[in-house]
Design a protein around this ligand. Structure first.
Ligand SMILES: [Zn+2]
Length: 311
């Protein structure tokens, strides 16, 4: 795997949904670790070629024949809450099975500060699921121990995801390089610190924000719906990995653990965005990262919605 670039103090991109601001906190932008056909076993080259004009260079590199993906968190600020959705790969984690996340040393915390928040400001962390690239900054290394990065935060985890992902209870998770080590250094210390809240079914954070089950990519995957003054956003985690899946919602990534449910959920979420006008905020789309969705025959189409630069 070759990383195209690691973000270095970029201007923060910010979107506004009603009275709520959403900032992207970037960790890395680079090449997917596998060729397109391995990343998406259902991939149809003809579709990639048809969309090539806008895919290059932010979503596909023809020179390397690799999809380009981002890894970032979303910082959501309402008058009442400061919320972080998904926590990237984190620093200094041992991930020998995943070179893109092995022993990283990125300025993600500086990017968080540039977006206007300190770790102490975060009152809620939501992990859409417990794969290694979504839990990393849950913890940081301090005096040889993994401790929660956000001392005041409650961390919301799906109970189903927590049960499936706990390598002490599930040998499948123990053997999975996406799960076992990440659970031990990035989830368990949060639970042991008493900062985890395990949620079942739908969970209202407040009047504007609702966490909902969206199983498929993983058994306990959840999404966050935001509605504020008639404007909407959907934080979809890894229900989609790449913008081409908007045009081909039946494509699963190699990492989707429940393939049939993943397809149904992806279609349902895209239908929600198209029908209710919710902007789509995925974790891995390349720049400009956020899209409006419209129905288009059997599938969907997207229009990117760039944020405004801040800082
Ligand atoms: Zn992911």
């Amino acid at each position: 795997m070759v990383t195209a670039s690691t973000t270095t103090a970029p201007a923060t991109q910010v979107w506004t949904i009603g009275t709520t601001s959403v900032a992207r906190v970037g960790e890395q932008i680079g090449f997917a670790s596998f060729p397109p056909e391995q990343f998406f076993p259902d991939l149809d080259r003809a579709l990639l070629e048809r969309h090539r004009a806008w895919l290059v260079p932010d979503h596909y590199s023809p020179e390397h024949d690799r999809l380009v993906t981002s890894v970032h968190s979303w910082l959501i600020r309402t008058p009442r809450h400061t919320i972080l959705v998904d926590c990237c790969g984190g620093n200094h984690k041992e991930r020998p099975g995943a070179p893109r996340f092995h022993r990283l040393d990125t300025p993600w915390l500086e990017h968080l500060r540039a977006a206007g928040a300190t770790p102490e400001d975060i009152d809620i962390v939501l992990c859409t699921h417990l794969h290694a690239d979504h839990v990393g900054w849950n913890t940081q290394l301090r005096d040889g121990r993994w401790v929660p990065t956000f001392p005041r935060a409650k961390y919301l985890f799906s109970r189903r995801e927590n049960e499936f992902g706990d390598p002490r209870r599930n040998p499948v998770a123990d053997a999975d390089p996406q799960r076992g080590p990440a659970y031990r250094d990035s989830v368990l210390p949060v639970i042991e610190a008493g900062q985890a809240v395990l949620i079942d079914g739908a969970h209202a954070i407040d009047d504007a924000m609702l966490v909902e089950p969206a199983a498929g990519h993983t058994p306990g995957h959840v999404v966050l719906k935001l509605a504020d003054r008639g404007e909407r956003a959907l934080f979809c985690g890894d229900a989609l990995h790449h913008p081409l899946q908007v045009y081909a919602p039946h494509w699963n990534s190699r990492f989707c653990e429940l393939p049939e449910e993943a397809r149904v959920t992806r279609r349902r979420l895209l239908g929600h965005c198209a029908g209710d006008g919710a902007l789509l905020f995925p974790v891995h789309f390349g720049a400009p990262h956020v899209a409006a969705i419209a129905a288009a025959g059997e599938a969907f189409a997207l229009r990117f919605v760039p944020g405004r630069s801040h800082g």
